[in-house]
Design a protein around this ligand. Structure first.
Ligand code: CAA
Length: 315
């Protein structure tokens, strides 16, 4: 399973808050170019041609979200070059945890007003992910609890390794989910299932998350005939997420963005209005060069000139 690898080694830049330069691999017809990557203490960001990987990097605390992580995440999202990057993968550092929730130590002594402000801080960033113009894929490698489950739900697509654990354990800590869990889980699975999971604070494993529609795909390790692990589940998970990002990045970027907008905005209204949202975004595509290129290529009769993959220009 998932034997295919994407030959793009991940580059970690150890010195926090430094500026570093990384050579990027060729991807989606883009040239190999020198890219400036600004690293932060808790966020790694790597552009790989037409897609990028953002890693929440606080492994010692299982990537728990404190205010600094949320601020750095927010700042990184603002800096993403949307002219070049057409899909984003979000994952967590280490094999054990995607994100084990909001930081319980930081939350433990909050007042009512501070609690509300902390909820808003998380909600603002997660809403930014949800409304991010390009598709965002959560590659969930291990624990996705509380704020971890919530950040994954703000992404467009969730795929996970088979050691992933999802849950909203907040009521066991004396609080409600605070970064959108009550709203997004009820919309993603069903209100009844979301209520059961949230009221009982029961964690679920990857297979159950798949069965209830919380994740699209569960990825396992690749094992050879002798039972040796050839690729870990996490390696395969990242490869699968990056392959999906690459596939998305090959399609017409404006059309993909308009699809995201149509689905997100349409889901917030009734069908009569939703269908009009789609009509307008559909119409907008006909003003793009990429629509001319895509349809022109389909209609091309000369086999020599017909392309397998159209190099869409994001125009
Ligand atoms: N906040 C702060 N620190 C956390 C954390 C969190 N959410 N989750 C894990 N950590 C820290 C632990 O304190 C520990 O730190 P130390 O080594 O300094 O003691 C380190 O990460 C490793 O964790 P454990 O030793 O507990 O690892 P484990 O393998 O025994 O257990 C776990 C793993 C089951 C995920 C467990 O860490 C756990 O239950 N974590 C909390 C999960 C949780 O309740 N999340 C929801 C938070 S509330 C929330 O998110 C509210 C919201 O909606 C906004």
């Amino acid at each position: 399973m998932w034997a295919e690898t994407i030959n793009q080694g991940r580059r970690r830049i150890p010195d926090a808050r430094s500026l570093a330069y990384a050579r990027l691999p060729q991807s989606c017809g883009t040239k190999t170019v020198q890219k400036k990557i600004e690293t932060m203490e808790y966020i790694l960001y790597e552009q790989k041609g037409a897609y990028a990987v953002l890693t929440i990097n606080r492994e010692k605390a299982l990537n728990a979200l404190n205010s600094q992580v949320l601020d750095e995440l927010n700042e990184t999202l603002d800096k993403i070059n949307l002219e070049e990057v057409r899909a984003l993968v979000i994952t967590g550092a280490g094999a054990k945890s995607f994100v084990a929730g909001a930081d319980i130590g930081e939350m433990s002594n909050l007042t009512k007003a501070e609690g509300e402000a902390f909820g808003k801080k998380g909600n603002d960033v997660f809403r930014k992910i949800e409304e991010f113009p390009i598709p965002v894929i959560a590659a969930v490698n291990g624990f996705a609890l509380g704020g971890g489950c919530e950040i994954s739900m703000s992404c467009d697509i969730r795929i996970c390794s088979d050691n992933a654990v999802f849950g909203q354990p907040e009521v066991g800590l004396g609080i409600t989910p605070g970064f959108g869990g009550t709203q997004r889980l009820a919309r993603l699975v069903s209100p009844g299932m979301a209520k059961q999971l949230i009221y009982t604070a029961r964690n679920i494993k990857a297979e159950e998350a798949y069965r209830i529609g919380l994740v699209n795909q569960v990825i396992s390790a690749e094992v050879d005939e002798a039972g040796n692990v050839v690729k870990t589940a996490q390696e395969n998970l990242l490869a699968a997420a990056e392959k999906m990002a690459q596939t998305i990045a090959q399609n017409a970027p404006i059309a993909v963005r308009n699809c995201k907008k149509a689905i997100n905005e349409g889901l917030q209204t009734d069908m009569d209005h939703a269908i009009v949202i789609e009509e307008k975004l559909f119409g907008d595509c006909f003003e793009t060069e990429d629509q001319k290129a895509g349809m022109g290529n389909f209609l091309e009769k000369d086999k020599e000139k017909k392309l397998k993959v159209v190099p869409f220009k994001n125009r």
